[in-house]
Design a protein around this ligand. Structure first.
Ligand code: MN
Length: 287
């Protein structure tokens, strides 16, 4: 049985947040996992991290962690000092999560987010090569801290290096660490892949984490993502890992801006009730 979770930013306008209220809310709704922002975790004190982990444990909730690196920390950058800053940030996040018992850090951890291919560049290979070299170094911190780094495949409008599962498989093979795997997300798969089930099967045991969301980033159940095809493919590859929904419905703030929520998708909806319905829907899909 897959554990099912939700990303806190469904409810927020900003990426930084106090996660404690979300621990209670998400546990009350019935989720197994709360996914939080790894950058915020890295900036918290050791004592604050300890309190958050204790709270999650008390509520029987697992924590997973997600981040998109800022441009100043782009580990694919041609600028040595920017890459260094990015690698150090990944190491800092790995240590912070290690202090909380280890876990998964996923997202755009191989370059900046959101990011277009730099102007005048037509060949991304040098960017990929620098990213792979950076990730090899950061992977040592993941190995030392019981952390799994999962590179998230996202669509072309958000990043340019890893847009397909096949590109991510080649990337993690080049990195060559057991602590670096792949995060696939149904919202992005829907845009880039020819066949979603096939993309999952090709990723196979390199799938380290799974994000779910509809084509319109509504809670699962509101769009036309092929859930039956997805659950069959997850069964075929024996994926028993975590499945975290990432709905985004609120315009405004940095979250609305980065996710490009340009209209209020929450009109008439009670967010907590919709999360509860989506959880039940996914338990049905994944059973
Ligand atoms: Mn995602």
């Amino acid at each position: 049985m897959n554990k099912i979770g939700i990303y806190y930013a469904y409810w927020t306008h900003e990426w930084d947040a106090d996660f404690h209220p979300f621990v209670d809310k998400v546990a009350d709704i019935g989720f197994d996992i709360l996914e939080v922002n790894a950058g915020t975790i890295a900036r918290m004190s050791a004592e604050e991290r300890h309190r958050l982990k204790a709270h999650a444990d008390e509520r029987g909730l697992s924590l997973t962690y997600c981040v998109g690196l800022p441009h100043a920390c782009d580990v694919a950058s041609p600028d040595d000092s920017v890459r260094r800053k990015g690698i150090d940030y990944l190491i800092q996040m790995a240590k912070a999560v290690g202090e909380m018992g280890g876990g998964k850090i996923g997202g755009i951890i191989y370059s900046a987010w959101p990011a277009n291919m730099p102007a005048g560049v037509s060949d991304k290979r040098p960017y990929l090569e620098r990213s792979i070299a950076s990730m090899k170094e950061a992977a040592k911190a993941a190995e030392d801290n019981r952390v799994l780094f999962n590179v998230e495949v996202v669509n072309r409008f958000e990043q340019y290096l890893l847009n397909t599962a096949a590109e991510a498989v080649a990337y993690v093979e080049a990195v060559g660490s057991p602590n670096v795997k792949i995060l696939l997300d149904t919202f992005h798969l829907n845009i880039e892949e020819d066949f979603i089930g096939e993309a999952l099967r090709k990723t196979g045991d390199k799938l380290g984490h799974f994000h779910i969301g509809e084509n319109n980033r509504m809670p699962p159940g509101y769009g036309h993502i092929p859930w039956t095809e997805i659950s069959a493919a997850l069964r075929d590859i024996h994926y028993t890992g975590d499945v975290v929904m990432e709905p985004f419905v609120l315009p405004g703030g940095q979250v609305g801006s980065d996710i490009k929520v340009y209209r209020d998708l929450s009109v008439g909806l009670d967010l907590d009730e919709e999360a509860r319905k989506a959880l039940l829907f996914m338990r049905g899909v994944l059973k």
